[in-house]
Design a protein around this ligand. Structure first.
Ligand code: AMP
Ligand code: MG
Length: 403
């Protein structure tokens, strides 16, 4: 809460901890059809009401029998397609069975049809040694009745949704969507589709941020481009605060004369301007306008992307009660030397090769969005740390950060 233009650099972890301390989970849940819950955060533990699979069943097309009977020729006395309830199998008999069909009581083993022959007398001969229990999927081997299938706080991706459905869940209780009002600042910005006058550039952050927010389950209130004027910025903030839980802006948080966000937020609420010790993305603002959180990202496209991923993403997940906020990093081998590290923690745009090495995009400028498009993720390099090709470094995959 200061007008002072020069502030000491704050370590990213400290900035994140301060930010997350403000992110009280939003009240309110909604119940959605399971198929509509992708990207949302589960609000209550999902408990399995059943064993999955509900009964022992066959993993193969073949014959169900007792392993102890397999040496002798066996009459085939039942045919069990998937979905049918079989009768018990007397000892000394076999049943024709198909993948997913319930095992008859008494049978303990399935012989693949490739390893069985039907003789002229109709009896089955098993042509390979059998192991008791082979090719049988046991009742409850996936889920057990009463088991927590998905704990509250799980982000629902394709696999989690499939697992919920496995347990029979037609609906899921999820945290309500954070409403996020977004606007871009900058008189140089024009929208794609408009002609580009001299001095102008297209507004890319609006698209990146919108898509990131939607991917995190947020409802986006897009307020477009706000002119670099104090009154217009204040009016936009008031409208955003009335409609949203979070106000997210890009640009205008450095301390240039044309940066009107700072005085506008200070007039309408309160603001902390942070200089975070990261590259790209040093300027970052957090404050409040009315009940709404205010987050101001830097304007440079890579800076706004990186600060969103390392700060705003965990913030929005915490608002929804998600339990895993931090992305997983992996130790991988650098494929290049980095002899002159920055004194700030750096997030380098790197590409992963199939051998697990990391290659660097040549132009690491915070204005070059191609670097992020080319990359598979960010190399998270501690402040001031030089490294050489082959050294282990920390890699944050976009596959996880953008999920
Ligand atoms: P600022 O943070 O407003 O000083 O902007 C820093 C740089 O980012 C300037 O070169 C701006 O033109 C650029 N910039 C700001 N907002 C956007 C945006 N929405 N899309 C693309 N570039 C932007
Ligand atoms: Mg600007």
């Amino acid at each position: 809460m200061s007008d002072a233009p020069r502030k000491p650099l704050i370590a990213l972890d400290d900035a994140l901890a301060t930010l997350l301390a403000q992110a009280a989970p939003l009240a309110g849940t909604e119940t959605l059809p399971t198929a509509a819950a992708r990207g949302r955060v589960l609000a209550a533990d999902l408990i399995s009401p059943l064993d999955v699979p509900p009964a022992d069943n066959s993993a193969m097309d073949g014959y169900a029998l007792r392993a102890a009977d397999a040496a002798a020729p066996l009459p085939v006395t039942q045919r069990i397609p998937a979905g049918q309830v079989p009768g018990a199998l007397p000892s000394g008999e076999a049943a024709r069975i198909f993948t997913g069909a319930q095992l008859p009581a008494g049978a303990d083993t399935v012989v693949m049809q490739e390893f069985a022959e039907l003789a002229d007398d109709g009896r089955l001969r098993v042509t390979q040694p059998v192991t008791r229990g082979q090719h049988v999927r046991l009742r409850g081997e996936d889920l057990k009745v009463g088991q927590t299938v998905l704990p509250a706080g799980t982000r629902l991706d394709a696999i989690a949704l499939g697992l919920a459905a496995t347990a029979g869940a037609a609906q899921l209780s999820v945290a309500r969507r954070p409403r996020v009002a977004v606007f871009s600042t900058g008189d140089e910005l024009v929208m794609p589709g408009e002609p580009l006058p001299p001095g102008a550039i297209y507004n890319s952050n609006r698209f990146t941020l919108r898509a990131l927010l939607e991917g995190l389950g947020c409802e986006v209130i897009d307020l477009g481009i706000v002119p670099d004027r104090l009154d217009a910025t204040r009016a936009a903030l008031r409208e955003a605060a009335a409609r949203a839980d979070v106000i997210l802006t890009s640009g205008g948080v450095s301390v240039g004369e044309e940066d009107h966000l700072r005085p506008a937020v200070q007039a309408e609420g309160r603001l902390d301007l942070w200089a975070i010790a990261i590259k790209p993305g040093k300027p970052f603002a957090y404050g409040r306008v009315g009940e709404a959180h205010f987050i101001g990202l830097p304007g440079n496209p890579v800076s706004s992307l990186v600060t969103f991923l390392v700060l705003v993403r965990p913030f929005l997940l915490k608002l929804q009660g998600a339990t895993r906020l931090a992305p997983r990093g992996y130790r991988l081998a650098a494929g290049f030397d980095w002899p002159r590290p920055d004194k700030r923690r750096e997030f380098l745009r790197v590409r992963l090769d199939e051998a697990g090495g990391l290659a660097l995009f040549a132009n690491q400028s915070s204005g070059v969005l191609t670097s992020a498009y080319w990359a598979d993720g960010l190399l998270d390099n501690p402040a001031g740390q030089a490294f050489k090709a082959g050294d282990a470094v920390r890699f944050l995959p976009f596959a996880e950060l953008l999920a």
